[in-house]
Design a binder for this molecule. Structure first.
Ligand SMILES: Cc1ncc(COP(=O)(O)O)c(C=O)c1O
Ligand SMILES: N[C@@H](CCCC[NH3+])C(=O)O
Length: 421
């Protein structure tokens, strides 16, 4: 459930008509709902009720400072994957002891940054990374808390570009080598081994792959404990999918996911972390855009919008589906017709949907892409020198611009022409 509903014939974000925001900030823009973000965080938190747990929001999904502040205030931890994300999480007020640092390519500089500022744990993904972290920690006279990310070789049954738990993927250490790697880690004085980490992919729509991976992690916990390691924390990653098409059979709910975790971990006395991103932010956001032209092509109608692949890349990158709805609610009995929905960028790949059934739309009309709160604004670029679009946060009957559209002067002045040219 989200908080974007038609009321009085027009689409609202909570209590604010989206057309009012469009008039104030121009189009395109991203819009997020405080109520939906809050609800989604709580669904996970409540799904793990009765366990010692921390829901670490994967900020790569949506890293706006205001969203991070909201998550931090709700008590979330944050999963970061770069020094930039670490700095942003701290700037939003999230304490270091609630930040976990994931990623296959942490640099020594990023390790130093997190060790200086405070960190809950590093999720270490390789032996060279382990050696580097040991060296950095010792040079600073501190000990780095770590979990080792294991690759369980499980098919996540998702898009191949976002599956991470198969042996051919770059992530984690092969689970079969875990005992040897943990023994090495335990011998490094700069490291404190406290847990195991796993993350098998994103937009998973079934529980079975999670269950398989978590079962392997539970088993490994017993083995490593028997080897003498104090495994007291399991980071189970993120990845629970969302319904992008309202007609689809819905993916499992956080409550079912939490129940599965409790069942699989059974009586293991262990602290649980999860790292959901998409499910918290995805359906908490829309991208609002205006129709520039309706163009009749050969046997098809093109709806040319002012949003493009640089603003929302998921359709052209993964062939992803986003529901597209008009801001003005179609009257009952309105006829729908197929449209190819495209942006102004000079690539045929700048296509959001082909032959999508939509009600009649005209120049100047507003439409919204649903489910755009995760991996939307964060993956945007300024390709074709199109400014990054504003982000707006709605809470009840008020809204605020939480990221401004840059001016063309700002964009132009970011480049410099060398004197010698
Ligand atoms: C390590 C890690 N944790 C968490 C996530 C968040 O995944 P999702 O947004 O699918 O919940 C990702 C992205 O897949 C990830 O790579
Ligand atoms: N960017 C991807 C998800 C990547 C998940 C990263 N761990 C998407 O839009 O679906």
């Amino acid at each position: 459930m989200d908080h974007f509903l038609y009321r009085d014939g027009t689409l609202h974000a909570e209590d604010v008509p989206l057309s009012e925001i469009a008039a104030a900030v121009g189009t395109p823009f991203y819009c997020y709902s405080v109520a939906t973000l809050t609800r989604h965080f709580r669904l996970f938190d409540e799904a793990l009720a009765g366990t010692d747990h921390l829901v670490c929001y994967a900020m790569k999904a949506n890293s706006n400072l205001a969203v991070l502040k909201l998550m931090g205030d709700l008590g979330a931890g944050i999963d970061v994957v770069s020094g930039g994300e670490y700095r942003k999480a701290r700037a939003a007020g999230v304490p270091g002891e609630r930040i976990v640092f994931s990623g296959v390519g942490k640099t020594r500089e990023e390790m130093r940054l997190a060790l200086e500022g405070g960190i809950r744990q590093f999720n270490v993904e390789s032996e060279p990374e382990m050696a580097a972290l040991d060296e950095v920690a010792r040079s600073m006279g501190v000990v780095a808390p770590i979990a080792v990310r294991v690759n369980p070789d499980v098919d996540a049954k998702t898009h191949e570009k976002i599956a991470t738990g198969k042996s051919e993927n770059k992530f984690g250490i092969p689970i079969a080598r875990a005992r040897e790697v943990y023994a090495r880690a335990a011998a490094m004085p700069g490291l404190e081994v406290l847990g195991i980490d796993v993350h098998i992919g994103s937009q998973l729509t079934e529980l079975a792959p999670f269950e398989l991976a978590y079962g392997k992690v539970a088993e490994l916990t017993r083995v490593l404990r028997a080897d003498g390691h104090d495994i007291r924390r399991l980071d189970l990653g993120g990845g629970l999918g969302i319904p992008y098409e309202r007609s689809n059979s819905a993916p499992p709910l956080p409550l079912e996911y939490g129940a599965m975790i409790k069942r699989v971990l059974g009586d293991l006395d262990v602290e649980i972390e999860i790292e959901p991103g998409r499910l918290i932010a995805g359906n908490a956001g829309l991208l609002v855009s205006r129709v520039i032209y309706v163009k009749e092509g050969e046997g098809r109608t093109f709806l040319i919008l002012d949003a493009a692949m640089n603003d929302l890349v998921r359709p052209s990158m993964y062939g992803a589906h986003h529901d597209i709805v008009p801001l003005t609610e179609p009257a009952a009995g309105t006829g729908y017709a197929p449209h190819d929905v495209v942006g102004p960028v000079c690539e045929t790949g700048d296509t959001f949907a082909r032959a999508r059934d939509l009600p009649p739309l005209a120049e100047g009309d507003l439409v919204a892409f649903r489910s755009a709160g995760a991996y939307g604004a964060v993956m945007a670029s300024e390709y074709n020198t199109r400014p990054l679009v504003p982000e707006v946060l709605v809470g009840g009957d008020h809204f605020a611009v939480i990221r401004q559209r840059p001016s063309f002067d700002e964009i132009i002045n970011r480049d410099t022409i060398p004197e010698w040219l």
